[in-house]
Write a new protein. Sequence first.
Length: 541
Amino acid sequence: MLNTAHLAHWPPGLPHHLTLPQTSLVYNLEVSAARFPDKPFIVFYDTQISFARFKREVEHLAGHLQQVCGVQAGDRVLIDMQNSPQWALAFYAILRANAVAVPVNPMNRTDELRHAAQDSGARAAFVAQELLPHLLPVLDDADTPLQHLVVATYSDYLLQPTDLPVPDFVRAPAQPLTHPNTHAWADVLATQHAPGPHTTGPDDLCVMPYTSGTTGRPKGCKHTHRSVMSTLVGGVHWFGRTQDAVYLSVLPFFHVTGLSGSLNGPLYIGATIVILPRWDRDTAATCMQRYRVTVWQCITTMAVDFLANPRLGDYDLSSLSGIRGGGAAMPEAVALRLKQLTGLDYVEGYGMSETMAATHINPPHRVAHQAARRRTQVVRQAKVMCKVVARSNGHHPKPGALPGLDLHQPVHHFMNRPVAANGDHRVKALRAGLMGQLNGMAVVFRLRPGQFVGYAVLLCRCPRLLFDETAQGCSRLSRVAVVSGRIQDQLQTWHSSFPLDLYEPVRHVPGTCHALCARPADVPAYIRTATARQSYVPEQD
């Protein structure tokens, strides 16, 4: 019998059951474009793109994929870009072509992109021009199926004058393409190819985000349109969003949190998204004021930086009606400061790439912040069953033991990984690899072993990546900071010949960095991501 104690804390008026649409995500676009054709869907540095234009360009891009790139139903197509109108257009164009989107971290370099292309079997890719040098070698690699690249120039969508500080990589003009199998985005749209019929259904594959590779090589998580729909629809209803919402979409779309909560959810209800390719606290605050942003989805480090802005009082933030996020526990002091500033609680959630974003979220009307103890109280979502089990054998835990959690949700297995003996691709129970317990109202999550301040970095991944890099004679890291002496000892034990000086342990400060590099562009994406998100705080006497 299922535990129903959490229902006493369910958001008032919200049904306990969620009926999912029996359609693909493309139908969400068709509905919103029909309902709100002239309404802005995207705002990008003061350039607005309506729902009707978005749908039209999705059709042209999908037609190019089918007619020029030879993409067929079920084929994989990579997306290697930063947040931009082109990222959103590429994603829905891939789905419109009956194919499967494979988002990759734009910090990836050639070896990591090669793995994603080989593992997914991608036939084509959308890539931003500043990232093209890293993907071109994969296009020429005979061991990968990649055959075509559609190259996007962000400045193609800077169509209106703006006083916002536009990054150089966004403002850069289009560069000439010399490779015969590269296609300029503007040229692709100009040809106006029409796609064939859309035949994808709810149980067809939709998107395959890759894990961060904490237990080895990154794995592609296979999600159907149904499983993607479960979190985007659930999130919209959980927070009571409407078509008049305006989202600040600054979390990366390649990550499931940004994809579900800042792109797919808003499109489903016909809301507007204000896209920033990178975090900038003043630009974010200006956009909140200028476009009356109502929803801000962020991570802890963004909130900390935002609140540290000495000019914060110059901005009108009164339009905000919701702030939410996850990834790392929100320090209670930061949450309280946000509430003092905006009158809003920071609503936390828990999810994974394997679950297409959040499976458990704070009740918006009853938020609990417990970051000081590295745990978060959240209530499971509709269509999710959470089972407390023993971490050793998956059965009921013994009294006093800290149990693990099994999640039952519409999810599927990994790409190129074994499936159940009966051939069933649908995972009945996903072992979250997480420690936790029930406390009556909700699940109390604790960090998985080896997590560094909320970022999933298992210890076997860290030394292997660093050692693989330096073993090639490339001393790319100048310093490595670790969160505790215990982890430091394990790193030294695993690779005693490690050609790096391990830095002294740092005190636990949410948002501190765990890797500093001499040349960030040369370091693996896992290390670069952690470094880009965080700042170094040395131990104090």
